[in-house]
Design a protein. Structure first.
Lengths: 457, 319
């Protein structure tokens, strides 16, 4: 074989191998055409969510393109492993211009200097102003530095099957703070709704808690739920000064124990183990396996798909009546070449008007104050549709507006690392193997070294 | 191609070809051999060795994927060993417990099943072999979903059967004490591939040896203990090492079924590594965790190789 032939074969082989390798690594360059003298700008916007959310978001982006015809937005839909994939994009220098950021990383990434300060835009903007936005919607990594606004708002309330209340002879759950159940009243209602296989409820003599057919209340062992009860008892993740482990203080311990007692003392809630035998909450409500749940606002979307009449009630009152507020954030990356256009898009998406499907459908709550106070705007999402039952505006909407407490993800340093220790410890509390006090005392030495206060201090 | 070339070629070429020694043919063979193996070699270098070196370097940094890399010496390793990272020793304990329980049990059950399926008296051997092998080709996710239902304390088949037999039931994967044994039971379901290797080994034991035992007046037990077991030791050894490596890297069950719970009782080392890297984004720290596992596996394998000299029998004298 001739040398040149040999060389050719070798080159061909290498070409085939490397073309395969590098074809995935090319980056589309921005086009240089223009409309009406304005140069076309290409943006990339990344987000996660259900197929329903994808559809709504893509529609919003299309509408945006129609309004701002020189900006093209490429939707980057990443339904799973969002943070890991985004991390890879950032490391590979191909981060999008803007996008959703998980609450577990947004502030840490802000400290890594990945995002533009939203306050810089808000200061000079006449359409969207800082005071228009709910206090619980800011991800601030320093007093005057905002990594991003919450994508939406999500609060917690009691959600129940109206028919099951009627069958038990109970009046509808209260919806306002003034009328809210005390904890004991709440336990009593849960007992009346918990029924064993012989048809006896938990207030009756002879009730067999090992053979429960219908639970009065179901709640997920998820931080948003237990912190809502903790906050209502004036407790928190950290103490107010940010120097101590709040969950190991009497007010928090009392709240956690009250929740655990619903499972292990009053037998009105399924334990995490018993929960494995129950279907999805929406189906469990419909099929009378559970009467009531502590639901996040987003559950309304699922519940609306099921065939039962949904009622909503305000969380029971302890010292006060609060709800945690949570949401992922949306941020603009510092690497964007078009910060102004990215802001136009950002501002556009912050307006609930453009994603009404998601708001009226029950998935999201707006981040803009007007949408909680102006009856006309409220009518667009919170009333007069299938997803939002009567009483919603009191039990959920006003609660988020007036008594909303931002989740620790919005302000506590090292929250993710602490939660990785707290949640497994609480597993044992829900299972009744430890008291709240024992569990929190046991992990306190592990938590203390992680406490670094609040971001805004 | 070569044939064509010589046919076409001039007489000079032919002459040259004749003169060519074996070494040049050898050279050409090497050239093509390497050429055709190139995709695999490059793949190994680019996708395995490269990332390994990168992760070794990263294990000495504070890299999170989003920050500027800063070398921090042995800090990641120190944090692990001095217990600052509270999950390290916990996950090591959990993983060792799983390995110690699952490896011997899976070897034993695979060996027993292989012995059974090697008996001439069994009818429909091919069918049984297929049935026993089947679970190992079912995707791990599907297996996990099935076992989640089997283990369900209230509706699960296992507890239903136990209570029917008036035996005590268990919370299986949902209780701290029973979660690892439950996962071991689940892993026994898919010993098919280990069993196939044993089966192949059993079939290669020379019949003459068994006949010799019969001639000497030995019974079935003698045959098993003095022929089967010694002849199988290299295969047992191979399966032991592979089983250990596999068990140390257990991941799917923790990822899909238990999420490391309850109370971190099933926080497998690999799941912990995954969580540090992809949920908490601590790439440098996770690289250190990965390298510690690598060192553990290499040492255990080395110890086994030393140990095998005292019990593994090679017909060829270990060559």
């Amino acid at each position: 074989m001739k040398k040149s032939q040999k060389l050719l074969t070798l080159c061909l082989m290498l070409a085939i191998i490397f073309s395969g390798l590098f074809v995935g690594c090319t980056d589309k360059s921005t086009s240089d055409s223009s409309i009406d003298g304005k140069e076309i700008v290409n943006l990339k916007f990344s987000f996660w969510g259900s197929p329903f959310e994808k559809q709504a978001m893509e529609k919003a982006l299309k509408d945006f393109e129609a309004e701002y015809d020189w900006i093209k937005v490429e939707p980057l839909y990443i339904p799973s492993d969002y943070t890991a994939k985004l991390t890879a994009m950032i490391a590979g220098n191909t981060a999008p211009d803007a996008g959703y950021i998980s609450d577990s990383v947004i502030l840490r990434w802000a400290e890594d200097d990945l995002f533009l300060n939203i306050f810089d835009f808000l200061e000079n903007d006449s359409v969207l102003r800082k005071e228009d936005i709910l206090d619980t919607a800011f991800y601030n990594w320093a007093p005057d530095k905002c990594a991003g606004l919450a994508t939406a708002q999500e609060g917690f309330a009691l959600m129940y099957n109206v028919e099951m209340f009627q069958k038990a002879g109970l009046p509808p759950a209260p919806t306002t703070v003034e009328d809210a159940w005390s904890w004991d009243e709440f336990v009593e209602v849960c007992k009346k709704l918990t029924i064993d296989e012989n048809g006896k409820n938990a207030t009756e003599v002879g009730f067999d808690h090992r053979k429960i057919k219908q639970y009065g209340l179901q709640f997920d062992n998820y931080a948003g739920v237990y912190l809502t009860v903790v906050a209502s008892n004036n407790g928190g993740w950290l103490t107010e000064d940010g120097k101590d482990f709040g969950l190991n203080k009497p007010e928090a311990l009392e709240a956690l124990q009250k929740l655990a007692d619903l499972i292990n003392v009053h037998h009105v809630s399924p334990s995490p183990v018993q929960m494995k035998s129950l279907p999805d909450t929406s189906i469990a409500l419909q099929t009378n396996k559970i009467a009531m749940t502590i639901g996040g606002n987003w559950s309304l979307l699922d519940f609306a798909q099921q065939d039962f009449q949904l009622g909503i009630g305000i969380m029971p009152k302890l010292d006060s009546c609060k709800t945690m507020v949570l949401s992922g954030g949306t941020a603009i990356f510092k690497t964007t070449k078009h910060p102004e256009e990215a802001w136009l898009l950002y501002r556009y998406l912050a307006n609930p008007e453009v994603s009404l499907d998601l708001h009226a459908g029950g998935l999201w709550m707006p981040i803009l104050r007007d949408w909680y106070t102006d009856p006309q705007l409220i009518g667009k999402w919170a009333t007069g549709n299938d997803a939002h039952p009567e009483g919603y505006t009191d039990a959920m909407m006003n609660q988020v507006l007036n008594n909303g407490v931002a989740m620790p993800a919005f302000n506590v340093r090292n929250y993710g690392q602490m939660r990785a220790i707290v949640d497994p410890a609480l597993d044992l509390v829900w299972l009744g193997e430890e008291t709240a006090e024992e569990a929190m005392k046991r992990i306190e030495p592990q938590i203390i070294p992680l406490i670094e206060g609040y971001y805004t201090n | 191609m070569i044939l064509k070339h010589t046919k076409k070629g001039a007489t000079v070429e032919k002459l040259k070809h004749k003169i060519k020694t074996g070494s040049s043919i050898h050279k050409r063979e090497t050239y093509f051999g390497v050429l055709f193996a190139l995709p695999v070699i490059l793949g190994l270098i680019i996708f395995t060795i490269g990332p390994m070196i990168a992760s070794l370097v990263l294990s000495f940094t504070n890299y999170r994927g989003t920050n500027a890399i800063e070398f921090i010496g042995f800090h990641n390793y120190i944090r692990l060993f001095n217990g600052e990272d509270v999950f390290f020793y916990k996950s090591l304990k959990v993983t060792f417990y799983y390995v110690i329980l699952s490896v011997p049990l899976s070897l034993l059950s695979a060996f027993l099943v292989a012995l059974l399926l090697n008996q001439d008296v069994i009818k429909g051997k091919a069918l049984f072999r297929t049935i026993y092998y089947l679970p190992s080709i079912i995707p791990a996710v599907a297996t996990s979903m099935i076992w989640m239902w089997l283990f369900n304390p209230d509706l699960g088949l296992i507890n239903a059967a136990l209570s029917f037999l008036r035996l005590p039931t268990s919370n299986w994967i949902y209780a701290e004490k029973t979660v690892i044994p439950s996962l071991v039971i689940m892993s026994l379901w898919s010993v098919g591939s280990t069993m196939v290797i044993f089966l192949a080994g059993l079939q290669s034991v020379p019949r003459s040896l068994y006949e010799a035992v019969v001639v000497d007046g030995g019974n079935v037990l003698h045959k098993f203990w003095y022929v089967t077991v010694p002849m199988m030791t290299p295969i047992i050894f191979f399966n032991l090492i592979m089983g250990c490596i596999g068990a140390f890297q257990a991941f799917t069950a923790a990822f899909i079924i238990t999420e490391g719970g309850p109370n971190n009782a099933s926080l497998f080392y690999n799941y912990y590594l995954y969580r540090e890297a992809f949920q908490f984004g601590q790439m440098g720290h996770a690289s250190a965790i990965a390298w510690i596992l690598f060192v553990i596996l290499v040492s255990i394998t080395a110890v086994f190789f030393k140990w095998q000299k005292s019990w593994v029998y090679y017909e060829s004298g270990g060559q």
